[in-house]
Each structure stands twice: as C-alpha cells, then as structure tokens.
Design a protein around this ligand. Structure first.
Ligand code: ZN
Length: 128
C-alpha cells in the first residue's frame, strides 16, 4: 500500500512495512472503511493522534471491555479508548485523556465500565 500525500512520501514510505508509522490518514481511512477490523481498531485508525514513531500503543481488554491506550515518552497525558455505551447495543468507543502526574481524568470524563482498573494499570505501568 502506498499513497501520494506528503506524509507518506516524507515519512510513511520510509517506515517498516507493517508498522503504524507507515499509515498516513488516507491509508488509515482506507483500512477502516474496508471493514473487518474490530470497532476499537477503527476508532484508533480514524483518530488523528498517536501515529508518530515515538508513540506507544497498547490494546487489549480491561474488565471484559476492549481498550486501547496510547502514550508518548515524557508526555504526562495518556490517551485511551474504551467502550462507553450500554451493553446489548453495537459497541461505541470514545476517547479519554488521563494525566499521569495528577492521576486524574481530563475534565472528569472517564470510561464508564473500567476506569478504576485502568487507573490502577496506569499506576503500575508508569510507576506511582
Ligand atoms: Zn496519504
């Protein structure tokens, strides 16, 4: 896969095949619209954050709910995605921001189903 945009020509084309840095927003949109990916993967692909080489991305389940967590070395803000609507409906994911230093959610917004466990995971990962 390749693209003719500036991002791809300047950066993406030089990134290893299979790495997230290879994906410009056009390729991300292509993969998201082609379907077949988990809804949370689509949300991360379509969001315009955390596709730099230095950004780290973790995905898995927390309390049975799919979660993706993205962070950048030296940045106290962690971005995460988690399901936030009622069980029994098609999953909808939202983005949340957490400040490692303050150990608190931005604007008091936190994931509905797993905020406490995520908070304690982040404490373990980042040493609090
Ligand atoms: Zn492109």
């Amino acid at each position: 896969m390749s693209c003719s945009c500036n991002y791809f020509l300047l950066r993406g084309a030089h990134a290893p095949v299979g790495s997230k840095e290879r994906l410009c927003r056009h390729l991300r949109r292509f993969y998201a619209q082609r379907g077949g990916l988990a809804p949370i993967v689509n949300m991360v692909l379509l969001d315009d954050v955390h596709f730099c080489e230095s950004d780290q991305l973790w995905s898995g389940e927390v309390e049975g709910v799919p979660v993706a967590i993205a962070w950048r070395e030296g940045d106290p803000w962690v971005t995460l995605y988690s399901r936030n609507n009622s069980p029994g409906q098609p999953a909808q994911f939202e983005r949340f921001n957490y400040h490692l230093g303050r150990q608190d959610w931005a604007d008091g917004r936190m994931p509905r189903f797993n905020a406490a466990v995520i908070k304690s995971m982040l404490g373990e990962w980042f040493g609090q």
